[in-house]
Ligand binder design. Structure first.
Ligand SMILES: Cc1cc2nc3c(=O)[nH]c(=O)nc-3n(C[C@H](O)[C@H](O)[C@H](O)COP(=O)(O)O)c2cc1C
Length: 201
C-alpha cells in the first residue's frame, strides 16, 4: 500500500455518517419526513445540520419537536424514494433545479408507516429500529454558512426494537446496524473490530 497523498478538491465531503429520517410537524399536524445525514450525539443532546431551503427546518422553527428515526440498511430503497421530494410548496428554485418535486404525504411516498409518538407531536416511523423523540432547544444559523442551520435537540424518549436492547440500558452494537451515507452511496457496517476502553457491554 502506498502512503502517498495528493491534494484534491472533492465536490462533497460526506465521509460516511448514519442516515436519519427526521419527522417534523406540518402546519396541519401531519408529519413531514426529511432524510438527513448530518447529525451527531453527545450525551442526551443530538445536533442536526439542516438546509435552510427545506420543509424540515421550517417546521422546527414553528413547532420545536421532532423524531430522529434511524433506518437500518434494509430500508435504503425507502429512504431513496424520498431523495428528490420536499414538503415545501412552492418548491424553492434551488431545489427545482435539482429535480425536486413537492410531496405532502412522505409516508405513502416512501412506503413507510406512521406510529404515534409519546412525548412529541410528530409521528415516529414504525419500520425504523431506533426512534428518538426530541425537543428543539436552539436553532442557529452560522454566520459564515448562512445556507444551513445547526439544530440542537434534547432527547425526551428512546424507542428501540426489542431485539436490539441489551439489559435495560444499552443498545447491542452486535445487533444494531445503521444505514451509512458514504459519499452519496448507501452502505452497511462490516463486522466488529474491537471495542473502546470505556465500553460497558
Ligand atoms: C441520504 C440523504 C442525506 C441527506 N442529508 C442531508 C442533511 O444532512 N441535511 C440537509 O439539510 N439535507 C440533507 N439531504 C437533503 C434533504 O433530504 C432535502 O433537502 C429534502 O428537501 C428535505 O426534505 P424537506 O424539504 O421536506 O424537509 C439528504 C438527502 C438524502 C437522500
Amino acid at each position: 500500500m502506498t502512503l502517498q497523498h495528493r491534494t484534491v478538491q472533492p465536490k462533497i465531503l460526506y465521509y460516511g455518517t448514519p442516515v436519519v429520517l427526521l419527522s417534523t410537524c406540518n402546519e396541519d399536524g401531519t408529519t413531514n419526513i426529511s432524510p438527513i445525514s448530518s447529525s451527531w450525539a453527545l450525551g442526551s443532546c443530538l445536533v442536526l445540520g439542516l438546509g435552510c431551503g427545506g420543509k424540515g427546518l421550517e417546521n422546527l422553527k414553528r413547532y420545536p419537536e421532532c423524531v430522529i428515526n434511524l433506518p437500518d440498511p434494509s430500508l435504503w430503497r425507502h429512504v431513496e424514494r424520498l431523495a428528490l421530494l420536499t414538503g415545501k410548496t412552492p418548491v424553492p428554485s434551488s431545489k427545482k433545479e435539482l429535480g425536486f418535486r413537492y410531496e405532502k404525504d412522505k409516508f405513502s411516498a416512501a412506503k413507510l408507516t406512521p406510529c404515534e409518538s409519546e412525548k412529541v407531536r410528530p409521528a415516529r416511523i414504525a419500520e425504523c429500529p431506533l426512534q428518538i423523540e426530541a425537543s428543539v432547544q436552539d436553532i442557529r444559523i452560522p454566520e459564515n454558512h448562512p445556507w444551513f442551520a445547526v439544530v440542537e435537540t434534547e432527547t425526551r424518549r428512546v424507542h428501540a426494537r426489542e431485539a436490539y436492547i441489551l439489559g435495560d440500558h444499552y443498545i447491542d452494537p452486535n445487533q444494531w446496524r445503521p444505514l451509512i451515507y458514504n459519499f452519496r452511496h448507501y452502505f452497511s457496517l462490516g463486522e466488529e473490530l474491537g471495542k473502546t476502553a470505556r465500553a460497558e457491554t
